[in-house]
Design a protein around this ligand. Structure first.
Ligand SMILES: Cc1cc2nc3c(=O)[nH]c(=O)nc-3n(C[C@H](O)[C@H](O)[C@H](O)COP(=O)(O)OP(=O)(O)OC[C@H]3O[C@@H](n4cnc5c(N)ncnc54)[C@H](O)[C@@H]3O)c2cc1C
Length: 512
């Protein structure tokens, strides 16, 4: 038994027991602790990792030159495969772990996934090879103590389980097939130096050796822990977070392998001190007898609650049987976990910093997706065509300053406004009744159930139009006037104005 696992035996007994039984339990524990360093980083002074060229050591040896260097080997691989394969760009990808090995799996609809074949990244056959199961439909349900909850059934939403590592592995092969490209494992980003027309990236390998690489653009895809995002956003890279844990397991007694459980609550909010939160479950059938369950909640990034993945995972194993009952053959194949980021843009348009001279942020480092339906991967799939085409144009025109690069983003005004609704999902011990989030969401489900199927599909695929959201909001307000008081308590003047600015920005945006 590893010392690390032993160290949580007393404090996190449920997690300890479960992780003691799984392969690589101590390595997963190490990664979870790495994610939890996020909470400490928010409190520390911001580390400067973007430095002027004058700080570059005089005797520096450049180990390689590329058009694009990607720090982070998850979603970055999808982007890099297009830049190398379609646009012939010389790319290098490095990751402090193994590129193409993720701590999560993904759900999406096949129609959305086919966008990756429309831009010739993968063939349709390759797309189908990474879909490990497709369901008939999915549903959403929020707890009511008298059992009166509305089960909202949705077709063609998040109904394909994707093997994330297989998909990323295919992208990795595409990058490797392009001569001149490089993929480096076990190397950590330390800092970068902005020069007149390029950038130099400093990397440390697992033996502690330092290397310098030169690129026209550094693409930061280091996820929620990105030190670049931290610096560019003054130490506040996210306004909200959605800590998420779960497992890919088999041997549950009561699962339906034809249906996805998109959002499910089984109890009112947890009101224990330091834990004010509404826990939410998800359940998705996967390959063969495997079944994925997630437990998560929404909160403000700087809340005083204990939002650690470690604590949430202990809770997950403690209460799992209240959601899905593990049978006698229950076995965990792999834990899945991460902090899903979110950002409230206080303005008519994007207010988060996502670029600097010769630097651009994508994926969770950019935090432009909505956390409501797990959409960092979905956002990349939806936006990959323009995120690659626009960057190639910028490289051709040599327009690589902050002003030009920040125009290339996955910001979508409708997604920004929808993401604001997460504020209603953050339970506030001081102001909310214990079942507030469930009661409100149950009303939203009743309203959506009355409207044509298209409304619920648009909402859960981040494709809502402004007039559709207005109809849903007006109907919910009419049925459930308490939401008006809640808006005042949760958003206040500042938040309500910000919300209105976002909606106005959306209304006047060309991509309504
Ligand atoms: C449990 C879970 C389930 C999810 N399910 C879905 C879903 O069904 N559908 C969907 O659309 N989205 C889903 N998401 C969200 C989605 O997984 C993320 O949006 C996506 O993984 C973000 O990818 P990324 O490459 O930006 O960041 P990450 O996946 O966090 O990858 C960042 C990479 O950067 C590396 N890195 C970090 N720091 C450094 C450094 N200093 N130096 C070098 N490398 C570094 C890391 O090792 C890592 O490989 C889920 C998230 C979680 C947590």
């Amino acid at each position: 038994m590893s010392l690390l696992l032993e160290s949580i035996k007393q404090t996190k007994p449920h997690l300890y027991r479960a992780f003691s039984l799984i392969e690589d339990g101590d390595q997963h524990l190490q990664r979870i602790i790495e994610f939890d360093s996020y909470w400490e980083q928010l409190k520390k002074p911001v580390r400067k990792v973007i430095l002027p060229s004058s700080d570059l050591p005089k005797d520096v040896v450049i180990s390689g030159e590329y058009d694009l260097i990607y720090a982070g080997g998850t979603l970055g691989l999808l982007h890099a495969a297009v830049m190398a394969g379609r646009y012939g760009r010389k790319v290098m990808i490095f990751d402090r772990r193994q590129p193409a090995k993720s701590t999560r799996d993904w759900n999406i609809s096949r129609k959305e996934l086919l966008k990756l074949s429309a831009i010739a990244l993968f063939s349709e056959h390759e797309i189908d090879s990474v879909i490990v199961r497709q369901y008939k439909n999915g549903w959403v349900e929020f707890y009511q103590s008298d059992g009166s909850q509305k089960r909202l059934v949705i077709d063609d939403v998040l109904d394909c389980a994707v093997d994330a590592d297989k998909l990323l592995g295919l992208a990795k092969e595409k990058v490797q097939a392009v001569p001149g490209s490089a993929i480096i494992a076990g190397s950590t980003f330390l800092c970068c130096y902005q020069c007149d027309d390029h950038i130099v990236v400093k990397i440390e390998d697992s033996q502690g050796s330092l290397f310098y690489y030169k690129a026209r653009v550094l693409i930061d895809v280091m996820g929620v822990l990105s030190p670049i995002a931290m610096q560019l956003n003054g130490g506040k890279p996210q306004t909200h977070v959605c800590p998420t844990v779960g497992t890919i397991a088999s041997g549950f007694e009561d699962v339906d392998f034809d249906t996805g459980e998109i959002l499910v609550t089984t109890a009112p909010a947890d009101k224990a001190p330091g834990k004010g939160r509404q826990l939410i479950w998800e359940g998705f059938p996967a390959e063969g007898t495997k079944y994925i369950t997630y437990l998560f909640f929404y909160d403000e990034a700087d809340s005083t609650n204990d939002n650690s993945l470690l604590a949430l995972f202990d809770t997950y194993f403690r209460i799992l049987s209240g959601y899905k009952k593990p049978g006698k053959d229950f076995v965990v194949h792999r834990p899945v976990y991460g902090i899903i980021p979110a950002y409230f843009h206080d303005g008519f348009d994007r207010t988060r910093e996502i670029a600097d001279n010769n630097i651009i942020l994508f994926g969770d480092a950019a935090s432009l997706a909505s956390p409501l339906t797990f959409c960092g991967f979905g956002s990349m799939v939806r936006n990959l065509e323009r995120l690659t085409g626009d960057l190639d144009r910028a490289l051709c025109d040599n327009k690589l300053s902050k002003k030009h690069l920040e125009m290339i983003s996955a910001y979508e005004p409708n997604v920004a406004s929808m993401a604001n609704l997460m504020k209603y999902m953050c339970f506030n011990v001081a102001t909310d009744e214990p079942n507030f989030v469930n009661d409100l969401m149950n009303e939203v489900m009743i309203v959506l159930d009355d409207l044509p199927q298209h409304y619920r599909q648009a909402m859960f695929r981040d494709e809502m139009k402004i007039e559709e959201l207005a109809i849903v909001m007006l109907r919910v307000g009419w049925r459930y006037p308490k939401v008006l008081m809640a808006t005042w308590e949760k958003l206040g003047i500042h938040g309500s104005l910000g919300f209105l600015k976002n909606i106005l920005g959306w209304a006047f945006s060309p991509v309504r």
